[in-house]
Design a protein. Sequence first.
Length: 95
Amino acid sequence: MPVKCHRCKRIPKNKRLCLLIAAHNEEVILDATLKSAMTAGICKHHIYVVDDNSSDATYDVAVRRLGRANVLKVERSGKALALYKAIQHFKIVKN
């Protein structure tokens, strides 16, 4: 379960934003993307990366920036299915 930050308590639950990034061989740009999202005010505990079986260090970059709890590695399945798996895994949408 993701860790809650102090800023999240001030935002109503129905107004919270999370960012879900599907990545495949994005080692070169992923760190800058994550840094930019955090600079824009998105708490790192609400940023999730799904690595679609990259052959580079995409997974490692994401784990280094976000921690293992917010990164999922799946078998190569395409962007749509990778995002679907991440939504289910991270329980982003309540049923």
